[in-house]
Design a protein around this ligand. Structure first.
Ligand SMILES: Cc1ncc(COP(=O)(O)O)c(C=O)c1O
Length: 382
């Protein structure tokens, strides 16, 4: 049977190269072969984040592991933090901060809208905050935050800037150095094209200093970045057994990212996202994210009234394509389409044609040649 086309917002289909690594014989986690691979992976991680003044970390665990490790390690009980809520993953950062004793303030946004830079500036200049948590692309709302403007405001006001790039890094422009931020995180299973199971972080030197100089002890063993730092500086140090296959598969996936080239990869993701939006609008559906703040990696659309679940299941049963429903209260109104990793222009067109056929099969009126605009955009990828 042909492989299902995964258009959920992670995990994504793996390339044959990465799959071959997953199926290769087990190697020892404390063997020189593994140490060398891990060192190469750390260099590739720094390259993908475009980080120079700091330290990359790769830890076995999902993206939430990276989120929790940052909070447990850099935030002390009662520290005042600001969380920008553009969806469920900003809210998760607030929950983690609350669980670990921070004094949390949340800056909410309307569904589909980015965080408001002006209000953020007003809040941050009114009292000191230890850190601000920003989600670059919130996978639940499909909104891309203007990270460059937001991080400037955060740094101007003297707070640590932490960016969740789980749904952006590898698929949208992201340059740690240019952003001048302190911490960024991502996960293996989205735009990097690797299987789930590895969290990746980059900490700037000043974040490493804060880590070393904190007053209270870090109340965690596994989420303790001061401990993990020693492993990253010398992978022969044992802290916990890494998921070796996932780590090696991630190295292969990052090699592929760098072989393609970041700029070319970002452009591919951008064109695919433009084509998808054009096709979705051509089919008469509305995009969830406000114009100008749509993500290059995931697209949300409102389906014709009451049809989200049926479209979702027909795409799976009739076309072998898996998309996601809306998140939380939006579940029944929205579809979310993940488009990152190794996705090609022709797969994008297949997906749009399947969506068109599905709508027609549900008696939705679809204009003739609704996908013409998408086809034109995708032609630029050839
Ligand atoms: C933006 C964002 N942050 C964090 C996470 C959490 O990652 P994980 O599910 O790998 O723990 C996700 C997961 O989809 C995400 O999209």
């Amino acid at each position: 049977m042909e492989e299902e086309l995964l258009l959920i917002p992670g995990p994504t289909n793996l390339s044959p190269r990465v799959r071959a690594v997953m199926g290769a014989p087990q190697i020892g986690h404390s063997s020189p072969k593994f140490y060398d691979s891990f060192k190469e992976l750390l260099q590739l991680t720094a390259d993908v984040f475009m980080g120079k003044r700091g330290l990359p970390f790769v830890i076995t665990g999902s993206g939430t592991c990276a989120m929790e490790a940052v909070v447990a390690s850099l935030i002390e009980p009662k520290d005042k933090v600001m969380v920008l809520d553009t969806g469920a993953f900003g809210q998760r950062f607030a929950l983690i901060n609350e669980a670990l004793g921070a004094d949390v303030e949340v800056l909410p946004s309307k569904l589909g809208s980015p965080s408001d830079t002006k209000i953020l500036d007003e809040r941050l200049s009114s009292e000191p905050y230890k850190a601000v948590f920003v989600t670059h692309v919130d996978t639940s709302s499909t909104v891309a935050n203007p990270v460059s403007e937001l991080s400037k405001v955060v740094k101007k006001n003297g707070a640590l800037c932490v960016i969740d790039g789980v749904c952006s890094i590898g698929g949208s422009p992201f340059n740690f150095e240019e952003l001048g931020i302190d911490v960024a995180i991502t996960a293996s299973q989205k735009a990097l094209g690797a299987p789930p199971g590895a969290s990746l972080l980059y900490l700037a030197d000043n974040a490493l200093t804060i880590l070393e100089k904190r007053k209270s002890p870090i109340r965690s063993y596994y989420f303790n970045l001061a401990r993990w730092r020693k492993v990253m500086e010398d992978p022969r140090v044992y802290l916990a057994t890494p998921a070796t296959q996932v780590i090696l598969a991630l190295r292969e996936a990052l090699r592929m990212v760098m072989e393609e080239g970041l700029e070319i990869r970002w452009k591919r993701h951008k064109l695919i996202s433009e084509a998808l939006r054009s096709g979705i609008k051509g089919l008469g559906m509305k995009i969830v994210a406000e114009a100008g703040f749509e993500a290059d990696t995931v697209t949300g659309c409102y389906t014709p009234e009451g049809l989200a679940a049926q479209i979702h299941s027909r795409l799976t049963l009739d076309h072998n394509i898996l998309v996601a429903m809306g998140f939380g209260p939006e579940r029944e109104r929205m579809l979310r389409i993940g488009h990152f990793g190794n996705l090609t222009g022709s797969q994008t067109l297949v997906a749009l044609s399947a969506l068109e056929a599905t709508l027609k099969s549900l008696n939705v009126n679809v204009e003739t040649d609704a996908l013409a605009g998408a086809r034109d955009i995708l032609a630029k990828l050839a």
